[in-house]
Design a protein around this ligand. Structure first.
Ligand SMILES: Cc1ncc(COP(=O)(O)O)c(C=O)c1O
Length: 380
């Protein structure tokens, strides 16, 4: 007899298939020759020899795992060095490393929020921040994307004493930027904390140091006291992990209150070593972010869209089936691009998500531009 679970799963699979929304996993083989314009390794550091060496040395010195929560024995000298290196690079007083960017977002929102707090989130924030809102048990209000007057009105109308505003510096699906200076002003005027997720800004915008630094909101300035930054180590830094950056007092609070920090094993040494090496590469090669932006501009021109704020290019498609067909056409010609469809797009618009990489240049970039341009024209 078929179990209830099996029947339910089969029904769900059929419903997803009927809506044209089935997702499948594509296994990437070692040495895959496909040009990857779907991942988030914007600077090509995941395969950089210096970054790999950082991971290998860390494993040899510290072992394969962190062995325990950061609060028990899972904080090594390497974690400490990584936090100092990250904070110095993005111009924040301090940093706390988590084992993913997802958990960093969950940690900061749950530790700063709670009953008696209003969280105002942009309509396009990443799923990790949406889940963080739900877990925080705060009252949640959603502002239309980048709508400054809506943010101001929601903060002004609140009864709660405390408030958080959640935005991304470069939006992960749309690829556009948040108006950080204006948002910081609104938050200061309404005594709210501005949490900026720099997952797609770090390593790309602000000559690599991110959009918060570029907006003059870093460096422990009084004007930036209410600005908190989160990053992932898993994109431009080519490693794995995440971090929250802000004051020493904020770090202390997170160490004591952020459940996604307290109740997880510390970030693996290999990921720490790789991320620290990547930060050092960025310090020594300040031209890498510009190379990623040049690649973005070429791809944007090929797709007939405006160059975006960072390295994420959003190309709207007529529907989910056309988006999938265009993605498959690119892959058949050796170029992998991302394809976002409902429900993972907040505005319901299916699109190709094409990401640039500093190391895709010359004839490889020419060919990639030709392939994506042809697919976009055919299925638009
Ligand atoms: C905006 C944003 N925030 C957070 C995350 C989560 O980061 P991680 O992959 O390190 O968990 C992502 C990753 O997809 C992201 O795009």
């Amino acid at each position: 007899m078929t179990s209830g679970l099996t029947q339910w799963l089969a029904g769900e699979a059929e419903a997803t298939e009927t809506r044209g929304l089935t997702r499948t996993l594509r296994v990437r083989e070692a040495g895959d020759a496909v040009v990857d314009l779907a991942g988030n390794d914007y600077l090509g550091l995941a395969t950089d020899e210096r970054v790999i060496a950082g991971a290998v040395e860390a494993v040899r010195t510290w072992g394969a795992g962190a062995m325990a929560s950061r609060l028990v024995t899972g904080t090594t000298r390497l974690h400490d060095e990584l936090e100092a290196g990250l904070a110095a690079y993005v111009g924040q007083p301090d940093a706390l490393v988590f084992s993913s960017g997802y958990l960093a977002n969950v940690g900061v929102v749950t530790a700063l929020g709670g009953p008696g707090t209003l969280v105002v989130s942009d309509a396009h924030i990443h799923a990790s921040l949406i889940d963080a809102c739900r877990l925080s048990r705060s009252r949640i209000a959603v502002a239309p994307h980048n709508d400054l007057s809506a943010f101001a009105a929601l903060l002004a109308e609140r009864n709660e004493q405390r408030a958080l505003v959640l935005v991304e510096s470069v939006y992960s699906v749309l690829g556009d930027a948040a108006p950080l200076v204006e948002l910081a002003e609104i938050c200061a005027a309404h005594d709210a904390v501005l949490v900026v997720d720099e997952a797609h800004g770090l390593g790309v915008t602000g000559a690599g140091r991110g959009s918060v630094a570029a907006a003059g909101l870093a460096g422990g300035l009084a004007a930036a006291e209410h600005v908190v930054v989160t990053v992932t180590l898993s994109k431009a830094l080519g490693s794995q992990g995440g971090a929250v950056l802000g004051s020493g007092l904020l770090k202390r609070h997170l160490v004591n209150r952020a459940r996604s920090f307290i109740f997880e094993t510390g970030l693996a040494p290999a990921a720490c070593g790789a991320a620290l090496a990547a930060v050092k590469v960025l310090e020594s090669e300040p031209s890498r972010p510009a190379a990623a932006l040049e690649c973005t501009a070429r791809l944007a021109e090929a797709c007939g869209v405006e160059p975006p704020a960072g390295a994420v290019l959003s190309v709207p498609m007529p529907g989910p089936r056309e988006a999938v067909a265009a993605r498959d056409a690119c892959l058949a010609r050796g170029v992998q691009v991302g394809c976002f469809r409902p429900p993972s797009v907040p505005d319901g618009v299916s699109r190709l998500r094409i990401t640039a990489r500093a190391t895709v240049q010359g004839s490889e970039l020419d060919r990639a531009c030709e392939v994506v341009s042809a697919a976009v024209k055919e299925y638009s």
